[in-house]
Design a protein around this ligand. Structure first.
Ligand SMILES: [Zn+2]
Length: 224
């Protein structure tokens, strides 16, 4: 397979986890199969074909309880949401599938006997239908703040704002910054105080602290 990409649903899941726990360890994260995976049947291999591009339909996310990114909680939140994009999840010596397997009902845990116990990362596989694997809707991940999908139309239509911008969108930005604890005036003018608040907000969320409000910063600001 000459070129490959990761399913959009899984990129959305990873973005959401990154925004919820910006400082999390990524030591056991993974998308495309390493040599060990490649010799086996694995969704980390880009076996799904979307035109000439292979699609990776599995994502590993690092268990980092100390960093707040507790895979037990993330996995249970996804499982509880019965997200229709999921094919199966492997976590901590167990596997659950979104459809019944043998005697196990849909979403019930079964023992997982693979050589890797999956206690350092959780494995998420999504279904092979493009309408599902490329669906970037927000996931239920159990985080206090559910971050909006950065690619949603609501966010894509918001303008990029920077120093000296003046518009109603700046007033909205200032209102959101106030909601996130920054004591600035809502006057529709992107001045030094607004820029400082944006940089502080971006730094706190692990975003690039450039003072420019693009889609990722809008997404984080709009998070509930
Ligand atoms: Zn995996």
């Amino acid at each position: 397979m000459a070129s490959w990409r990761v399913a959009a649903s899984l990129l959305a899941l990873r973005d959401q986890v990154n925004l919820a726990w910006p400082g999390r360890s990524r030591a056991s994260d993974g998308t495309i199969g390493d040599a060990r995976h490649r010799s086996r049947d694995s969704d980390h291999n880009p076996w799904i074909e979307d035109g000439a591009v292979g699609v990776v339909s599995a994502l590993d996310l690092t268990h980092d309880r100390a960093g707040g990114c507790d895979m037990e909680k993330v996995v249970e939140a996804v499982r509880a949401s019965r997200d229709r994009r999921i094919k199966y999840i492997i976590w901590n010596r167990r596997i659950c599938s979104s459809s019944a397997v043998g005697n196990a009902t849909a979403w019930a845990w079964r023992a997982y006997g693979g050589s890797n116990p999956h206690d350092k990362h959780a494995h998420f596989s999504v279904k092979a239908s493009k309408a599902l694997y490329d669906n970037p809707d927000p996931w239920s991940i159990g985080a206090r703040a559910t971050v909006s999908d950065p690619l949603s139309p609501e966010i894509a239509t918001r303008p990029v704002l920077r120093r000296d911008s003046r518009s109603a969108a700046v007033s909205e930005l200032q209102t959101l910054l106030r909601r996130h604890g920054h004591d600035i005036t809502v006057d529709g003018r992107f001045g030094a105080a607004t820029e400082a608040a944006v940089i502080a907000f971006q730094t706190a969320l692990g975003l690039v602290p450039d003072g420019v409000v693009g889609q990722k910063t809008w997404a984080a600001l709009l998070a509930a």
